[in-house]
Design a protein around this ligand. Structure first.
Ligand code: GRF
Length: 221
Protein backbone atom coordinates (compact mmCIF):
# COMPACT_ATOMS: atom_id res chain seq x y z
CA UNK A 1 0.00 0.00 0.00
CA UNK A 2 1.30 3.43 -0.98
CA UNK A 3 2.15 5.65 2.01
CA UNK A 4 -0.26 8.56 2.21
CA UNK A 5 1.13 12.06 2.06
CA UNK A 6 -0.42 13.46 5.25
CA UNK A 7 0.83 16.93 4.28
CA UNK A 8 -1.97 17.18 1.74
CA UNK A 9 -4.58 15.55 3.99
CA UNK A 10 -7.79 17.54 4.39
CA UNK A 11 -8.74 18.86 7.82
CA UNK A 12 -11.85 17.43 9.47
CA UNK A 13 -13.93 17.74 12.60
CA UNK A 14 -16.04 14.83 13.80
CA UNK A 15 -19.26 15.40 15.77
CA UNK A 16 -20.60 12.65 18.00
CA UNK A 17 -23.27 12.10 20.64
CA UNK A 18 -22.86 8.49 21.68
CA UNK A 19 -21.06 5.22 21.43
CA UNK A 20 -18.81 6.24 18.57
CA UNK A 21 -18.39 2.99 16.67
CA UNK A 22 -18.41 4.87 13.36
CA UNK A 23 -15.85 7.26 14.80
CA UNK A 24 -13.76 4.21 15.73
CA UNK A 25 -13.97 2.85 12.19
CA UNK A 26 -12.71 6.19 10.89
CA UNK A 27 -9.94 6.39 13.51
CA UNK A 28 -8.81 2.88 12.58
CA UNK A 29 -8.63 3.71 8.89
CA UNK A 30 -6.62 6.85 9.63
CA UNK A 31 -4.26 4.90 11.90
CA UNK A 32 -3.79 2.32 9.12
CA UNK A 33 -2.92 5.09 6.67
CA UNK A 34 -5.96 4.35 4.51
CA UNK A 35 -7.70 7.67 4.96
CA UNK A 36 -6.00 10.97 4.02
CA UNK A 37 -7.62 13.17 6.65
CA UNK A 38 -6.38 15.08 9.67
CA UNK A 39 -8.88 14.97 12.51
CA UNK A 40 -8.46 18.33 14.21
CA UNK A 41 -11.02 17.70 16.91
CA UNK A 42 -13.88 15.47 18.04
CA UNK A 43 -16.80 17.47 19.43
CA UNK A 44 -19.57 15.98 21.55
CA UNK A 45 -22.82 17.46 22.80
CA UNK A 46 -22.98 14.70 25.41
CA UNK A 47 -20.42 14.50 28.24
CA UNK A 48 -21.18 10.76 28.67
CA UNK A 49 -20.50 9.83 25.04
CA UNK A 50 -18.23 6.80 24.94
CA UNK A 51 -16.81 8.12 21.68
CA UNK A 52 -14.91 10.77 23.65
CA UNK A 53 -12.76 8.04 25.16
CA UNK A 54 -12.18 6.53 21.72
CA UNK A 55 -10.93 9.89 20.42
CA UNK A 56 -8.69 10.41 23.46
CA UNK A 57 -7.21 6.93 23.06
CA UNK A 58 -6.30 7.87 19.51
CA UNK A 59 -4.68 11.10 20.69
CA UNK A 60 -7.30 13.37 19.09
CA UNK A 61 -8.25 16.59 20.92
CA UNK A 62 -11.83 16.49 22.20
CA UNK A 63 -14.31 19.12 23.25
CA UNK A 64 -17.58 18.68 25.09
CA UNK A 65 -20.29 21.23 24.51
CA UNK A 66 -22.99 19.95 26.82
CA UNK A 67 -26.42 20.42 25.26
CA UNK A 68 -28.09 20.34 28.66
CA UNK A 69 -25.81 23.06 30.00
CA UNK A 70 -27.48 25.72 27.84
CA UNK A 71 -30.57 27.75 28.61
CA UNK A 72 -31.94 27.33 25.12
CA UNK A 73 -31.30 25.39 21.92
CA UNK A 74 -30.22 28.46 19.99
CA UNK A 75 -27.42 29.24 22.44
CA UNK A 76 -26.17 25.64 22.21
CA UNK A 77 -26.16 25.66 18.42
CA UNK A 78 -24.40 28.99 18.31
CA UNK A 79 -21.62 27.76 20.59
CA UNK A 80 -21.22 24.44 18.77
CA UNK A 81 -21.13 26.11 15.39
CA UNK A 82 -18.78 28.89 16.51
CA UNK A 83 -16.35 26.19 17.67
CA UNK A 84 -16.45 24.56 14.25
CA UNK A 85 -16.11 27.86 12.40
CA UNK A 86 -13.04 28.76 14.45
CA UNK A 87 -11.30 25.68 13.09
CA UNK A 88 -12.87 26.06 9.64
CA UNK A 89 -12.31 22.43 8.58
CA UNK A 90 -12.44 21.17 4.99
CA UNK A 91 -15.03 18.60 6.08
CA UNK A 92 -17.45 18.20 9.01
CA UNK A 93 -18.23 14.53 9.68
CA UNK A 94 -21.39 13.71 11.63
CA UNK A 95 -20.93 10.31 13.25
CA UNK A 96 -23.98 9.59 15.35
CA UNK A 97 -24.47 13.27 16.18
CA UNK A 98 -28.04 13.56 17.46
CA UNK A 99 -28.55 17.32 17.02
CA UNK A 100 -29.58 19.30 13.99
CA UNK A 101 -27.27 21.94 12.53
CA UNK A 102 -28.71 25.38 11.86
CA UNK A 103 -29.79 26.37 8.36
CA UNK A 104 -27.27 29.17 8.34
CA UNK A 105 -24.45 26.78 9.24
CA UNK A 106 -25.52 24.25 6.58
CA UNK A 107 -25.50 27.01 3.99
CA UNK A 108 -22.10 28.26 5.09
CA UNK A 109 -20.58 24.76 4.98
CA UNK A 110 -22.49 23.70 1.87
CA UNK A 111 -20.93 20.59 0.33
CA UNK A 112 -18.62 20.18 3.32
CA UNK A 113 -20.78 18.18 5.75
CA UNK A 114 -21.32 14.42 5.56
CA UNK A 115 -23.70 12.29 7.63
CA UNK A 116 -24.55 8.61 7.90
CA UNK A 117 -28.19 7.69 8.43
CA UNK A 118 -29.40 4.16 9.23
CA UNK A 119 -31.87 3.64 6.38
CA UNK A 120 -31.96 3.39 2.63
CA UNK A 121 -32.79 7.06 2.14
CA UNK A 122 -35.10 8.57 1.05
CA UNK A 123 -36.94 5.85 3.00
CA UNK A 124 -37.25 6.20 6.76
CA UNK A 125 -35.92 9.63 7.56
CA UNK A 126 -35.77 10.43 11.27
CA UNK A 127 -35.43 8.08 14.24
CA UNK A 128 -36.23 4.45 15.07
CA UNK A 129 -35.58 3.21 11.53
CA UNK A 130 -35.02 -0.44 12.45
CA UNK A 131 -38.42 -0.98 14.04
CA UNK A 132 -40.10 1.05 11.33
CA UNK A 133 -38.58 -0.95 8.48
CA UNK A 134 -39.46 -4.26 10.17
CA UNK A 135 -43.06 -3.04 10.60
CA UNK A 136 -43.17 -2.01 6.95
CA UNK A 137 -42.48 -5.48 5.54
CA UNK A 138 -39.71 -4.11 3.26
CA UNK A 139 -37.26 -6.60 1.81
CA UNK A 140 -34.10 -4.56 2.38
CA UNK A 141 -32.64 -2.17 4.91
CA UNK A 142 -29.30 -0.43 5.20
CA UNK A 143 -27.53 2.82 5.73
CA UNK A 144 -26.79 5.89 3.65
CA UNK A 145 -23.94 8.39 3.53
CA UNK A 146 -25.23 11.75 2.33
CA UNK A 147 -24.31 15.41 2.17
CA UNK A 148 -26.06 17.48 4.80
CA UNK A 149 -28.35 20.32 3.80
CA UNK A 150 -30.77 22.31 5.93
CA UNK A 151 -33.57 19.73 5.49
CA UNK A 152 -33.29 16.75 7.85
CA UNK A 153 -31.86 13.58 6.22
CA UNK A 154 -32.61 15.04 2.80
CA UNK A 155 -29.26 16.08 1.32
CA UNK A 156 -27.82 14.51 -1.85
CA UNK A 157 -27.15 10.79 -1.43
CA UNK A 158 -23.68 9.33 -1.92
CA UNK A 159 -23.31 5.70 -0.90
CA UNK A 160 -25.53 3.01 0.63
CA UNK A 161 -24.99 -0.32 2.30
CA UNK A 162 -27.81 -2.74 1.66
CA UNK A 163 -28.74 -5.91 3.53
CA UNK A 164 -31.66 -8.29 3.03
CA UNK A 165 -34.04 -8.43 5.97
CA UNK A 166 -34.32 -11.92 7.46
CA UNK A 167 -37.58 -13.27 8.89
CA UNK A 168 -35.73 -13.82 12.17
CA UNK A 169 -34.47 -10.21 12.39
CA UNK A 170 -35.32 -8.02 15.33
CA UNK A 171 -34.23 -4.36 15.53
CA UNK A 172 -31.09 -5.26 17.46
CA UNK A 173 -29.87 -7.92 15.05
CA UNK A 174 -30.66 -5.78 12.06
CA UNK A 175 -28.81 -2.82 13.54
CA UNK A 176 -25.75 -4.96 14.18
CA UNK A 177 -25.61 -6.03 10.51
CA UNK A 178 -26.26 -2.56 9.16
CA UNK A 179 -23.60 -1.03 11.39
CA UNK A 180 -20.99 -3.50 10.13
CA UNK A 181 -21.75 -2.08 6.71
CA UNK A 182 -21.52 1.49 8.00
CA UNK A 183 -17.94 0.86 9.07
CA UNK A 184 -17.18 0.12 5.41
CA UNK A 185 -19.16 2.77 3.59
CA UNK A 186 -18.45 5.80 5.79
CA UNK A 187 -14.65 5.64 5.56
CA UNK A 188 -15.04 4.86 1.85
CA UNK A 189 -17.12 7.97 1.15
CA UNK A 190 -14.87 10.14 3.31
CA UNK A 191 -11.88 8.86 1.33
CA UNK A 192 -13.59 9.80 -1.96
CA UNK A 193 -14.18 13.29 -0.58
CA UNK A 194 -10.63 13.61 0.76
CA UNK A 195 -9.16 12.54 -2.57
CA UNK A 196 -11.32 15.06 -4.42
CA UNK A 197 -13.42 12.52 -6.34
CA UNK A 198 -16.61 13.25 -4.36
CA UNK A 199 -18.19 16.70 -4.39
CA UNK A 200 -21.54 18.36 -4.00
CA UNK A 201 -22.13 20.73 -6.90
CA UNK A 202 -25.33 22.74 -7.34
CA UNK A 203 -27.07 20.54 -4.77
CA UNK A 204 -26.17 17.26 -6.53
CA UNK A 205 -23.66 14.53 -5.78
CA UNK A 206 -20.78 14.46 -8.24
CA UNK A 207 -18.51 11.42 -8.28
CA UNK A 208 -15.41 11.29 -10.46
CA UNK A 209 -16.65 14.31 -12.39
CA UNK A 210 -20.11 12.83 -13.10
CA UNK A 211 -23.36 13.79 -11.47
CA UNK A 212 -25.03 10.70 -9.99
CA UNK A 213 -28.80 10.59 -9.69
CA UNK A 214 -28.80 7.51 -7.45
CA UNK A 215 -26.40 6.62 -4.63
CA UNK A 216 -23.76 3.97 -5.19
CA UNK A 217 -24.69 0.74 -3.41
CA UNK A 218 -22.52 -1.75 -1.56
CA UNK A 219 -24.38 -5.02 -1.08
CA UNK A 220 -23.84 -7.22 1.95
CA UNK A 221 -21.77 -10.24 0.93
C1 GRF B 1 -25.06 5.00 13.50
O1 GRF B 1 -25.59 3.74 13.34
C2 GRF B 1 -25.55 5.96 12.44
O2 GRF B 1 -26.27 5.34 11.41
C3 GRF B 1 -26.49 6.90 13.14
O3 GRF B 1 -26.14 6.87 14.50
C4 GRF B 1 -25.47 5.66 14.80
C5 GRF B 1 -24.31 6.03 15.65
O4 GRF B 1 -23.63 4.92 16.18
N1 GRF B 1 -26.40 8.22 12.57
P1 GRF B 1 -22.17 5.10 16.72
O5 GRF B 1 -22.20 6.21 17.77
O6 GRF B 1 -21.29 5.44 15.57
O7 GRF B 1 -21.81 3.78 17.35
Amino acid sequence: MKELDTGSAISTIILISGYGTNLQAILDEVANNHLPIRIISVLSDNPQAHGIRRAKNAGIPTKIINYHGFKNKAAFHLTMEENIKKIDPDLVILAGYMRILSEEFCRQFKGKILNIHPSLLPKFRGLNTYQRVLDSGDEFHGSTVHFVTAELDSGPLVLQYRTKIQTTDDPKQLRKRVQLGEYQIYPMAIRWFAEGSLKMIKGKTVLNGKRISKPKVLEET
